[in-house]
Design a protein around this ligand. Structure first.
Ligand SMILES: Nc1ncnc2c1ncn2[C@@H]1O[C@H](COP(=O)(O)OP(=O)(O)OP(=O)(O)O)[C@@H](O)[C@H]1O
Ligand SMILES: [Mg+2]
Length: 328
């Protein structure tokens, strides 16, 4: 007989590996394709002068990293960075911490396969990064968590970051398109310099809106239920309940997906064939370790709970997490 825990883990892993194409993703895909084909056409015509880029801005859990990972993996003709091939169309890195110009350059260089063997100045490191982008013919450099390039930096350091990014896009020998993804504070980096802002188009993964997105949340619940071969209780598909899911997920698309998968996993662990509101409550509790009073699936007046704070803080904070301190 097969181990039920193994089956559950396999189902959850499969659900986590699913990608839902949402409207915001389609806009991102169209904008990326525009940049990619523009660049390829310019290259064929021998007319590449500079490479524009894009910034994807959204709250934590909106699905930025997942969308970009999917986007790069989807293109059959888009060569990812690998040790097997010299040429790579896209190189994707996480901005390291601390995000000084030197650290960021060093980790890009390392990722591009040219680790630094001795200490060097930021200027020299970035000249090596530029050389390796050229050598490996990288069309797009993606920096995730790019808001860290701005946060905690002093003004000269911020300007140095902006100048470095601009110089990559404008390099005469090999301009590289920049893709920056990060939290809303990333816009401060872009707003700092008109020349940078002009070269980067900005897309937002905005929070979901109860006025328009409740139906698609019910659709998501059904999609994941079908994929897990389990039934969704009809009470978890009503507008009242999907509004609750939206609130518990701090209105972020990716967090909605995580809550649905958590609820399905909870029902499977209890050996149920149907999942519903109680399983969402348990999934939220397991995820945040919060007291029931702070669980949006258990309180009638849940709108006063700041779900993002509950999800990101430990439960010891208890009632203090209520918005405006209006705890019972
Ligand atoms: N389109 C999607 N289809 C299915 N699952 C998704 C999708 N987008 C996001 N998710 C899921 O939502 C969760 C959060 O997504 P992700 O990590 O990409 O968010 P993020 O915006 O990068 O957040 P952070 O700013 O905290 O890094 C992940 O578990 C991911 O698998
Ligand atoms: Mg991310």
């Amino acid at each position: 007989m097969s181990d039920p825990h193994k089956n559950i883990s396999e189902t959850v892993t499969r659900l986590r590996g699913m990608f839902i194409r949402h409207d915001r993703y389609s806009i991102l895909e169209a904008e990326f394709d525009r940049l990619l084909y523009q660049r390829r056409a310019a290259q064929e015509a021998g007319a590449v002068s500079e490479a524009p880029g894009l910034a994807l801005i959204g709250g934590s859990g909106s699905g930025k990293s997942t969308a970009l990972r999917w986007l790069f993996a989807r293109h059959k003709a888009l060569r990812p960075l690998s040790s097997e091939y010299e040429h790579a169309d896209v190189a994707s890195f996480m901005v390291p911490s601390p995000a000084t110009l030197k650290q960021v350059g060093t980790s890009c260089l390392h990722g591009l396969g040219y680790p630094l063997r001795r200490s060097a100045t930021a200027g020299y490191i970035w000249s090596l990064v530029q050389n390796s982008l050229c050598q490996r013919q990288v069309l797009f450099l993606h920096l995730d968590e790019a808001q860290d390039l701005h946060i905690n930096q002093n003004r000269p350091e911020r300007q140095a970051v902006v100048n470095t990014l601009k110089s990559l896009m404008q390099n005469a020998d090999w301009p590289t398109g920049l893709i920056l993804s990060g939290m809303p504070s990333l816009k401060h980096l872009l707003n700092q310099d008109a020349q940078l802002a002009r070269r980067i188009s900005v897309l937002h993964f905005r929070p979901l809106d109860p006025a328009i997105d409740l139906k698609s949340i019910a659709g998501l619940v059904k999609t994941y239920a079908d994929a897990a071969q389990i039934l969704a209780d009809s009470s978890s598909l009503t507008p009242e309940f999907t509004r609750r899911i939206l609130h518990a997920a701090a209105s972020e698309f990716g967090l909605v997906v995580e809550l649905i998968i958590g609820a399905i996993e909870d029902a499977m662990l209890r050996q149920k064939q149907v999942f519903g509101p109680q399983n969402f409550a348990s999934a939220f509790r397991r995820r945040s370790a919060c007291i029931d009073d702070l669980n949006p699936f258990l309180r009638s007046d849940y709108s006063s709970i700041d779900a993002r704070l509950v999800l990101t803080n430990d439960s010891d904070l208890g009632h203090e997490l209520m918005v405006g301190g209006q705890s019972k």
